[in-house]
Design a protein around this ligand. Structure first.
Ligand code: CA
Ligand code: CA
Ligand code: CA
Ligand code: CA
Length: 612
């Protein structure tokens, strides 16, 4: 067949078209989130600002390991973490079992008391793990989303009385408990400091102690909440045994899953959740959201139908057009180490951001791993790929964390290289041999490189509470140790969850590390190019051990160079890059010859260059 010239032209146009990138999806993200430096707080473990509200034994009922008979006491804040207390030894169970029963008494007054501390560190946005009433220490088993946990507020007994007077799912009967009022005060205090606050939203499941679920257990099909959960089998009244069975999150019976309908949650729980959004985003209902939270972090978001999230976003944005929504969209295939590309949730109709564990993983492969580690080119390629997968605006507001309440701590990641994040990280599992010790001086240097990288990179960095204090710890439950404060004296850590011998590690606030975090937070805060500028990989060295990039806007250009190796590395810098003003690391940077410099081992240097 003869091909006409016109067809050829069309064909070439078609191919030209194919080569151009797909049109950029226009998404709107909250502007403030680009300037955010996040700090994640696990409230039960951050600060005990009020000992009169500390959990009593009954407050723990309904939580794993469901042991309401063995003796129990509140746990001492400063104790050797793995050492079992006398009442714990008495039950004959292991560390993990007892860790599930521990309560330390952290609360909202504690968060209020430490706002000065957080501002000194340089953070301006707080993410609180769940604060709604629930019996566990983590509170992902929500019992009353319309109330803050009574043990986080000033009067737990009074709050219980208030709950009893309400009709559970009828918002017109809801009152403000003493814990609720303190939470509203915390929001006001945070806003007064020009800081932001978001909280955890768990809409995939509830806890077994939730009154709605309790009612289903009691009344079966006749319960007004019968449509809330996924019932596999109702009880047959004709038989003596209870055949009632329901679906729990990944089979976890403590966490009954909310029933789905099509691409949505069932209408009854959905209406309850809508009331929850309204309650915490504009508490006094005057149309001004400044008395409410600034957004949500959404738990196991990939499991909740997208149709629900689209409506959720509309509810949120109608109340507060500047609210920030970040999803936990994490493991697509945990066994095969595959994390989600969260792009389907980031097209402007669901979330603004996700917890960005993929960058954390890439940084571990470059800065920490010793086997199959990335070289500089591989890290560059991987980071480029990750940025290209998300809309440009989204990259500026991604929640760039290294660790969280769900992973081993960053300090312990450095001590235990060559694992994927969140894998082989349980200290009480015999198969992994996870090292629970404190990081040594060399390892802390690596931790610092990673922190500097996060603070200078594209996206909003997040510090998990205590990272700046030098805390270390394996995966759940060890990343949830009570916060290490400068004014408290801690027992050294010398026990091991498997009873193995270990070196005694002193536990104390690391002032030097705190100042390092603070320095980089301030570099980020004071330089728009880092928060909002372009990102460009810079090849300043042939060494695979050296990684460099430039952050720039119309005003300034900031060059950041990292040497991950244990030796200094020499490099030539082009004249344009060499004209500089130091921001950080002058002492690591030695002129060797004309245009040639040496960067010290495990060091970072940051300077503003005259590039334009
Ligand atoms: Ca307390
Ligand atoms: Ca409680
Ligand atoms: Ca209001
Ligand atoms: Ca984990």
């Amino acid at each position: 067949m003869k091909i006409s010239p016109l067809f050829c032209l069309l064909l070439s146009l078609f191919f030209l078209n194919c080569k151009t990138a797909p049109p950029e999806i226009s998404v709107t993200v909250p502007d403030w989130a680009k300037d955010a430096i996040w700090y994640q707080i696990f409230p039960e473990r951050f600060c005990n600002g009020d000992t009169t509200n500390d959990p009593a034994f009954r407050d723990t009922f309904g939580s794993w390991p469901h042991d309401t008979l063995s003796p129990w006491q509140k746990s001492p804040w400063t104790a050797d973490w793995y050492r079992l207390q006398s009442w714990e030894m008495a039950n004959g169970k292991d560390f993990n079992y007892n860790a599930g029963r521990r309560r330390f008494g952290g609360d909202l007054q504690g968060v209020m008391d430490k706002l000065d501390y957080l501002q000194e560190l340089g953070v301006n946005a707080i993410y609180l793990n769940p604060v709604f009433e629930a019996p566990t220490m983590h509170k992902y088993d929500g019992a009353r989303h319309h109330h803050i946990d009574n043990n986080f507020g000033p009067n737990p007994a009074r709050d219980r009385e208030i709950w009893e007077k309400e009709s559970f799912a009828d918002p017109t009967t809801w009152q403000w408990s003493t814990a609720d009022s303190l939470f509203l005060k915390l929001i006001a205090e945070v806003h007064q400091r020009k800081m932001r606050l978001i909280i955890d939203g768990v809409f995939n499941h509830i806890g077994v102690s939730n009154p709605a679920f309790q009612d289903v257990m009691k009344n079966g099909r006749q319960s007004p909440y019968a449509d809330w959960v996924i019932v596999k089998r109702w009880d047959d009244p004709a038989t003596p045994e209870n055949e009632f069975d329901y679906q729990g999150w990944y089979g976890v019976k403590d966490l009954p899953e909310i029933r789905r309908e099509g691409d949505d949650l069932a209408p009854e729980p959905k209406a309850y959740f809508k009331a929850i959004v309204q309650r915490w985003m504009d508490p006094n209902r005057d149309g001004d959201p400044s008395d409410g939270i600034d957004g949500w972090r959404l738990d196991v978001a990939e499991l909740v139908p997208k149709g629900f999230w689209r409506d959720f976003r509309k509810w949120v944005r109608e109340i507060n057009p500047n609210a920030y929504l970040t999803g936990e969209v994490w493991w697509e295939d945990y066994r095969n180490h595959k994390m989600f590309n969260a792009a389907p949730w980031l097209q402007g109709d669901i979330f603004d951001a996700v917890m960005n564990y993929r960058v954390a993983d890439a940084l571990l492969k470059y800065f920490v791993d010793t086997q199959d580690a990335f070289d500089a080119k591989q890290l560059n390629k991987r980071l480029q790929q990750l940025r290209d997968e998300y809309p440009a605006e989204v990259n500026y507001v991604l929640m760039n964390l290294m660790d969280s309440h769900d992973t081993e701590r960053l300090a312990s990641m450095v001590v235990n290289p060559n694992r994927m994040i969140d894998h082989a990280s349980s200290a009480s599992s015999k198969e992994f041999n996870f090292d629970v010790r404190k990081p040594n001086a060399e390892e802390i240097k690596t931790q610092k490189l990673i922190i500097a990288f996060k603070m200078l990179y594209l996206g909003a960095p997040m510090i998990y509470y205590g990272g700046e204090a030098g805390m270390w710890g394996a995966d759940d439950p060890d990343e949830r140790k009570p916060m290490v404060w400068p004014d408290l004296i801690y027992e050294p850590e010398k026990s091991h969850p498997l009873g193995k011998p270990r070196v005694e590690d002193a536990v104390a606030f690391d002032h030097e590390l705190f100042n390092y975090y603070k320095t980089f937070a301030s570099i980020r805060r004071e330089n728009r190019a880092i928060r909002r500028g372009d990102y460009q990989f810079a090849e300043v060295s042939q060494s695979p051990e050296v990684f460099a990039f430039i952050r720039s806007d119309e005003e300034q250009s900031i060059l950041c160079i990292f040497n991950r190796s244990g030796a200094s590395v020499e490099m030539m810098l082009p004249q344009s890059l060499a004209r500089k003003r130091f921001f950080f690391g002058e002492e690591n940077w030695t002129p060797v010859a004309e245009g040639k410099f040496s960067l010290g081992d495990k060091s970072v240097v940051v300077f503003m260059s005259v590039a334009k």
